[in-house]
Write a protein that binds this ligand. Sequence first.
Ligand SMILES: [Zn+2]
Length: 493
Amino acid sequence: MALSSKARPYLLVAALVLVVAGVLVVKMPGPPEVTPQAVPESPATTTPAVVDAEGGDGAGDPYYPQDGNTGYDVRGYDVSISYDPATRRLDGKALITAVATDGLSRFNLDLYELEVSEVAVGDRPAEFRQEGDHELVITPADPLAEGGEFVVAVTYGGVPTLFEDRALGRSGWQVSASGGAFAAGEPHSATTWFPANDTPRDKASFTLAARVPDGWSVVSNGAEGETTHADGWSTYRWDAPQPMATYLTTVAIDKWTIDRTTLADGTPVVNAFAPGVSRAPEDRDRLPEVLAFLASEFGPYPFESAGGIFLADDIGFSLETQTRPVYAGWADLETVVHENAHQWFGNSVTLRSWADICLNECFASYAQWLWAEEKDGADLDADYRAEVARTGDSTQYWNRKLYDMGRGNEFRGVYDKGQLAVHALRRQIGDESFGEVLRTWIARHRDGNASWPEFEAHVEQVSGQELDGFFAAWFRADAIPSDQHLWPGTLRK
Ligand SMILES: [Zn+2]
């Protein structure tokens, strides 16, 4: 994610730092409820275990404990929606294939505001109720056996809305100035348009069929499928087979101008431009160059399709939605570099908890520095020294923690201080080791999840250096690092 420059009250925009964090005030809901978790059954009996566990209503993120659920693991979402821009009404049916990780008499999905009319598990209708902010509680006719795969079908509808009270401001389903609509947002957004296990820890494949009145068109994640027309409506199909976190799903409805091309290896690229988007033609064609550069730094591009969704609206953020980022009207080439770096850092390798956000943003932001070094001949050590000189006396700058920064603070320091921290790490362990750290990290955790502490251990293992003091000073502390850690390697005065 990259934030709009309008959100930044106190920092000057440095030559290379187009994306820096502002102070964002966040309204927080009350303390989370404590949820009793299912008790594991006792092992090894000769009779079948009694199936009476109930899935939990939160996946356990320390900052967003009610997001997601426990008791099952989603393998795939197959979502069909029908949306009419004239009425803003959405009707949907989601087929969710999952595996029970426990014997379940009951389980939850997450869905925000929309009304559920029917639920089936397998071929039998299931009881359901909608509770609180976003819980859909489902009681299947027959309990689910541990380890068994099941399909839950949810029919739902209503006028989708957005979250206003999260770290990013507006997040989720939004109506565009053109009258179209799109869904994007972090850490939430998916549940404003389909029922999901809304935690980044449960990645799954995603297939969409979206029906809109003729004249409108639909762009989403993954590869384009067949478009069909009937009765004045068109149905667009998209298929993203590789595991994806729910916050990285997107749908965008507008009167798109589509550019199609391929990467050197044949990977299809689909760029969609909303009416009114003005982008210089030379910028429009540079995604293959950007992805080739990032692949040279991080390893092969991790997905089977690529592209971008370029909105005309100046929304507050651009977001790295998987394979096809959503760009605000203000996005520039550097934003394209940032959001595509996330395809490796955040999307292929997804954080385990939101406290790990530096794994996404520090590296996507540092990719902008790498790009500037390669393409513009930037002297990164000089830029680093200039930034430290400019900010050295600023408590506000240095007191932003990069790891476990607390709910609502996730996006405060990771963009600008995060760039300095990663550059210091590179100088600390040397270029060769730094490149190996990044490439082996991505290869090792491809299509999975990983945490910041795991990254620290990985760096120590690859570099052979003991770095507890370095990581404490840069990522866990709330003050400027001591000279020893502030000026490593070639930065040493
Ligand atoms: Zn980002």
